[in-house]
Each structure stands twice: as C-alpha cells, then as structure tokens.
Design a binder for this molecule. Sequence first.
Ligand SMILES: [Zn+2]
Length: 258
Amino acid sequence: MNCTELESRLHPYVDGELDVGETVEADAHVAECLGCRGRVAREREFRQILRRQPRESASDELRESIRARLGRSMRWAALRPWLAASTVTAVFAGVVLLSALRPATPLVSELVDSHIAFTQMEESSEFASADPWAVEAWFRERAKLRVTVADYSMEGIRLVGARVAQAHEHRASYVLYEKGHTPLSVFMVPARVRESDLHGARVSFRGHDYVTLERKGYRTVAWSDGEAIFGLVSMLDYGGLLKCADTLRAERARDARL
Ligand SMILES: [Zn+2]
C-alpha cells in the first residue's frame, strides 16, 4: 500500500473497518512511513477529543413538543374516560415514531462538537492550503466530494485548510477559516435531511431562509439545498455568518451551472 491508498482508507483504517488483508497492508505501510504515521495519529487524536465532548441526547425542542402533546392528550382523555386507553396508546406510538424519525443528536450539535474537536487539535487540517481551488481539488481526489470552497478574503477571513469529517453517518466536508484568531468552520453534509429537521430560529437573509442556533457558546447557521446540508459554526456574530452563508450559496449555485 502506498501513501495515496492509505490516505483514501484513513478513516475506515482508524475506525477498524478495513478487512484483515487491507489492515495488514496498511499496518505495514504505517510502520515504515513517517508521514502516514502522523496522519493516523492526528486522526486518532481527533476521535479522542470528540469522544470527550459532552453529548446531547434529544433536543430541547423535541422534549418540549412531546411534553405538550402528552399533556394535551391526557387532558383530553380525562374528559372522555371511555377513550382514554386507546388515545394514550396512540399518542405514545406517535411519540415513539417521532423519536425514531429524528436522530438522537441534532445534526447541528454534531457539527459544533466537530468544530470544537478540530479547533483543539494542534494541526486541525488534513490538507493545509489558503487556495480554494487546491482545497476543492483535494476533496475531489481524496474523498470524491464535490465541494465549493468559498473565498471570504474580502471579509478579512482567511482559508486555513480542510479535512474529511463524519456527520450523521455521512462523509462530510469540513473547511476551516480564521478571522483573526477566531475560527470559522464550514461543513457540507451530502444528506437529504429535510430542512424541518434543522432545529432553531428561522431567519431570512437576502431572500433565502436559514436556521440559526446556539450550542455550547457557538453560533451556527444552517440550510439545505435539497442535495446537502450546509452548516457554519463559529463565535463570529450572526451578521458575519449570514454574509458568509450567502456567499457560499451564491458560489455553489455558480458551480452547479458550470
Ligand atoms: Zn505513507
């Protein structure tokens, strides 16, 4: 196995998901290659930091809606005792269904945890570059992901690098920027998640809808274009984040026409 082959199998290798033959080959390469040994070590470090993040179970919004529905049906059932049993059963079935349909951890919370873990790492990028084209090419080759890397240099935000991330069991792209010393993460998760699954406050900016939410002191702006979910995570203010979101949306639309 050579460096390119190892790189393309890095995540399954670190997760122990390669078959025995490939694992043996990867082990042999890592034992003799300093560069790949570093890559593997950084990937393991990232997973460790991520595991240390306190996890959220169900969202507050979901808990609230379940409580409200149960309360309503209990009151309703109390007035009609002969219907009580079947109604309560139906509502519980609804609640179970609702919980099953919604992922336990909201997507945006996963992105915030990844943002925290990445920015705590000494080398947060798998690929360090300030050139949007080079980063896009790296995603195409490394992960078969068609990613639009927006240029925010006009806003005084510099591109730092990129890595392949994992969100909701999907391979996602992660692009890291910095404004001064404040990091900004931009995620793209190629999943057809409905926009209604994005919790938070809905805001309109320059004619488009976004969902904003704060988690663990970070501000997030997310939206779906039907093919993928996009999420920005940072301590920058919402005005700046929405501007970045709008730029990315416009550049993405232009890429799609090419
Ligand atoms: Zn190597």
